[in-house]
Design a protein around this ligand. Structure first.
Ligand SMILES: *[C@@H]1O[C@H](CO)[C@@H](O)[C@H](O)[C@H]1NC(C)=O
Ligand SMILES: *[C@@H]1O[C@H](CO)[C@@H](O)[C@H](O)[C@H]1NC(C)=O
Ligand SMILES: *[C@@H]1O[C@H](CO)[C@@H](O)[C@H](O)[C@H]1NC(C)=O
Ligand SMILES: *[C@@H]1O[C@H](CO)[C@@H](O)[C@H](O)[C@H]1NC(C)=O
Ligand SMILES: *[C@@H]1O[C@H](CO)[C@@H](O)[C@H](O)[C@H]1NC(C)=O
Ligand SMILES: *[C@@H]1O[C@H](CO)[C@@H](O)[C@H](O)[C@H]1NC(C)=O
Ligand SMILES: *[C@@H]1O[C@H](CO)[C@@H](O)[C@H](O)[C@H]1NC(C)=O
Ligand SMILES: *[C@@H]1O[C@H](CO)[C@@H](O)[C@H](O)[C@H]1NC(C)=O
Ligand SMILES: CC(=O)N[C@H]1CO[C@H](CO)[C@@H](O)[C@@H]1O
Length: 451
């Protein structure tokens, strides 16, 4: 089912890009693709900037800064890994605020002066917090953790400094490195070529003098959920005050239980020993959906002027404490959100005319950490919306979200035909507009996929 949905969104985006119908272009804005282009964050990227600060006898000293310009996708522990390929026979003499994971073969160097790294394909990681001050530079040493831009631009950048040798010592002889890779720490990002840009300018602390880099190049990396993982990593369930039915996450939303492969999921914490701390492979609790994370949307109360929703995010992964988690929710009533209790809130409006998307994240030191699976492995919030009389309705699932992302990855929604219905709703009403639309899209996607 999940694959079918992904297939549909993909195919649908192909349709859109061919601009077959203007009408479809309009509805595209409410159907994101999980390809690199993200309609909710069209400019989202990670930019890596190299500034050559000075020339040395056989090379240069550069400060490399990684900016996470993505609105709602962050890099959490164990952090980023940046790799590239040297264009010539460059070596790294020394580094501050970062280190390469391997030294490589430096046997051609004699004496005491051995480079930090002689690898043709170095991989750099951030240093950990608590690094001695004489090895730090500004913006370093956060264990590779990068916040998202919407959450906190001040902690969305990371820097290290490297002294490069055997590289050329003028802007004519230096060759830019090629084949940049960014792991976060798993796959997902694709980096473009380095582009030489106008040298960066720096203002001194007292603001009275401006200095300038000798040479600067930029690399832009973009994210694609397809590259990151094959299976979805989160699902959505629904309930409402007006119907006892709880709509669970779709069966097998993130994978199916495999009874012939014990250990692919666990019944409870007791049944497994020695958690792999923040391992990249999830160890999920055995559920019908097998998702590491579930987002539950409960329509809680209906007032005259307002209505209230309760959101619960539950962690089913025994191997992960999600730090600085975030949620992106699309619902037409976000243009009239009155209050968000115990979550931070920011409206994300890529298209100024449509104000229907919000980013929610935890309050620092209170619930910004979603603990591993177990009794404490959940966070909750309530949202209070002001009704817009023209559009508000409990019918046909209008009050349920259109789309939810957890940590930037699309969550699998229940199929529209099982949404909790209003009492006395006759069954043909359940064939909602949304259901029709999805069926139509599926049909079109299949049609074009096979054409
Ligand atoms: C990267 O993101 C920044 C900030 O949103 C934007 O100004 C820039 O144009 C983007 N770069 C690319 C290549 O998309
Ligand atoms: C190299 O430096 C010269 C002189 O400072 C400057 O005119 C030129 O634009 C620079 N070239 C690059 C690629 O930065
Ligand atoms: C960079 O990657 C491309 C494609 O993977 C490859 O063809 C090329 O040889 C690589 N360049 C270097 C210098 O490794
Ligand atoms: C290069 O990246 C820096 C930092 O993100 C940005 O300020 C600058 O505008 C970029 N230059 C170009 C030409 O994109
Ligand atoms: C279950 O696991 C076994 C052993 O790893 C594998 O051969 C089989 O294909 C799996 N079945 C499913 C339905 O994933
Ligand atoms: C998650 O955090 C708790 C409390 O800080 C800690 O006891 C536990 O070991 C952590 N689990 C993982 C998988 O990192
Ligand atoms: C979107 O709606 C929210 C909630 O009413 C409001 O705070 C925000 O200013 C709106 N943004 C725009 C661009 O209209
Ligand atoms: C609750 O919703 C379900 C699914 O839409 C529907 O079949 C059922 O009749 C509803 N129950 C009541 C009491 O209205
Ligand atoms: C009832 C109410 O407050 N409606 C407002 C919802 O938001 C839109 C767009 O911001 C306003 O135009 C409505 O007046």
């Amino acid at each position: 089912m999940a694959n079918l949905l992904l297939f549909i969104t993909r195919s649908f985006f192909k349709l859109c890009s061919f601009s077959l119908l203007i009408l479809f272009l309009i509805s595209c804005s409410s159907f994101p693709s999980t390809e690199a282009y993200d309609p909710l964050d069209p400019n989202g990227n990670i930019t890596i900037k190299w500034d050559i600060m000075s020339w040395t006898s056989d090379g240069y000293v550069a400060v490399v800064t990684i900016y996470n310009f993505q609105q709602y996708r962050h890099i959490q522990a164990p952090g980023w890994k940046l790799g590239w390929t040297w264009a010539k026979k460059e070596v790294i003499w020394s580094m501050m605020g970062g280190e390469t994971t391997e030294q490589g073969d430096c046997s051609r160097f004699k004496g005491n002066n051995i480079p930090h790294c002689c690898n043709k394909h170095p991989t750099v990681v951030d240093l950990l917090p608590g690094t001695p001050y004489n090895q730090q530079i500004a913006n370093c040493c956060k264990g590779g953790v990068l916040n998202s831009w919407a959450q906190d631009p001040a902690t969305a950048a990371s820097s290290f400094q490297l002294s490069v040798g055997q590289s050329g010592t003028t802007n004519k002889t230096v060759r830019v490195p090629v084949n940049f890779t960014l792991k976060a720490p798993g796959p997902g990002y694709t980096c473009g070529p380095a582009k030489i840009v106008k040298p960066s300018r720096f203002v001194t602390r007292d603001g009275r003098r401006e200095t300038q880099a000798m040479m600067t190049w930029n690399v832009t990396c973009t994210y694609s959920q397809f590259l990151a993982q094959e299976a979805p990593s989160c699902c959505v369930s629904f309930s409402s005050f007006y119907n006892d039915t709880i709509v669970p996450c779709s069966k097998c939303a993130c994978g199916c239980q495999n009874t012939s492969q014990p250990g692919s999921c666990v019944e409870s914490k007791a049944s497994h020993i020695a958690p792999v701390v923040n391992s990249y492979t999830p160890l999920v609790r055995c559920t019908s959906h097998m998702c590491p994370v579930r987002v539950h949307w409960h329509i809680k109360l209906n007032y005259k002027e307002y209505w209230r929703v309760k959101i619960t995010i539950t962690n089913f992964n025994y191997n992960m404490n999600y730090t600085q988690w975030n949620l992106v929710v699309q619902h037409p009533n976000f243009d009239n959100l009155t209050q968000s209790f115990s979550f931070n809130y920011k409206s994300i409006t890529p298209y100024t005319a449509i104000n229907d998307t919000a980013m929610l994240w935890g309050i620092k030191f209170y619930n910004d950490m979603l603990l591993e699976a177990g009794p404490l492995g959940n966070v909750q919030s309530e949202l209070l919306f002001r009704k817009d009389k023209a559009t508000f309705t409990f019918e046909e699932g209008w009050a349920f979200p259109r789309r939810i992302y957890f940590n930037g990855d699309n969550c699998v929604m229940p199929t529209p035909n099982v949404y909790p219905g209003l009492p006395n709703a006759s069954s043909h009403q359940l064939t909602s507009a949304l259901g029709l639309l999805v069926t139509l899209l599926a049909a079109m996607a299949l049609l074009f996929g096979h054409a």
